[in-house]
Design a protein around this ligand. Structure first.
Ligand SMILES: O=C(O)CCC(=O)C(=O)O
Ligand SMILES: [Fe+2]
Length: 299
């Protein structure tokens, strides 16, 4: 099996959705001008430079990872809130939540001689029932070319359809997500994959931006990574994606209101009126109750 590479300029979100639903993975090109990638890379470079290598076998001991990406790179804001990408994510996740959110952000620099990462599904972060729904979608922007040799993400296409997570599949079934700098690989939270073995002399750098259902615990604590005084300067779409919005009904409030009040108020409000944040179906049920009550009282 291969991984399909298609251009976002000539394919619709629905077409991308269908490939992802079929293969569990897809590579997209032509999403942003290379100048954006250049800027993201330049903004993150000083952090990656200072970051020590990882200490765990999963995260890798010849791999550098740095998080809090939106606080470190302004150009990354347009990647995280990219309308085409978030539409693809929504086409899967909005079946199971009222709004999506950013789960985690990481620049991942795999250095020479890092062995391949253990194969896993990103949804293993949560104690969920595999196969019931998609909980998470991961994306990695290529900040360098991704090649089989330099540690391109290894993917087991079709694995999102099996109940078991195969850690040691037949090697011929594992495909390297090779792509050019500036491209994006997207895979489902259920798709089995892992970072590749870097047998080259260069560093393979990717920017992972993961999205999950709006009611889940985020992998990275986005309110610590982007506290109100920082998030205030971000685009509105990104603020919402980080969780400065209410997931209906009534989830993630601050003082009974949208956490957005912390981005807009001069000072942190200490008391506020509680508001209802109800989706149509819930507002209808509540209204119906009071109508029935009134009718019963009138009888
Ligand atoms: O760096 C990569 O190619 C993938 C990393 C990954 O899958 C992870 O850390 O969960
Ligand atoms: Fe992963």
């Amino acid at each position: 099996m291969t991984i399909q590479t298609i251009s976002a300029a000539t394919h619709t979100v629905e077409q991308v959705h269908d490939i992802l639903a079929r293969d569990g993975v897809v590579v997209l090109t032509d999403l942003v001008p290379m100048s954006v990638i250049d800027q993201v890379e330049a903004e993150l470079a000083p952090y990656l430079e200072r970051t020590p290598f990882g200490e765990g076998q999963f995260f890798g001991r010849r791999t550098k990872r740095t998080a809090s990406i939106f606080a470190k790179s302004q150009a990354s804001h347009q990647l995280g809130a990219h309308p085409y990408v978030t539409e693809v994510v929504k086409s899967f996740l909005l079946k199971h939540c009222s709004s999506i959110q950013i789960s985690g952000t990481q620049a991942i620099a795999i250095h020479p001689d890092e062995p391949e990462q253990v194969l896993h599904a990103d949804e293993e972060l949560w104690p969920i029932e595999r196969g019931r729904m998609e909980y998470q979608i991961n994306t990695i922007w290529a900040l360098t070319d991704f090649t089989e040799e330099n540690g391109a993400t290894r993917i087991l296409p079709g694995s999102h359809k099996s109940v078991e997570i195969e850690r040691l599949p037949d090697p011929s079934k594992v495909v390297a997500a090779e792509m050019k700098r500036g491209s994006l690989v997207i895979w489902l939270g259920s798709t089995v994959h892992g970072g590749g073995h870097n047998r080259s002399e260069g560093v393979r750098t990717g920017l992972s931006l993961a999205y999950c259902l709006g009611w889940m615990r985020q992998a990275e604590n986005q309110y610590l990574a982007n506290p109100p005084e920082m998030a205030r300067t971000y685009p509105k779409e990104l603020q919402d994606l980080l969780g400065y919005a209410v997931h209906e009904p009534n989830l993630g409030c601050f003082e009974g209101q949208s956490p957005r009040v912390l981005l807009e108020a001069e000072q942190r409000p200490d008391v506020l009126a509680f508001k209802d944040y109800l989706p149509g179906w819930a507002a209808e049920q509540v209204a119906q109750y009071y109508q029935m009550r009134e009718a019963a009282n009138a009888a």
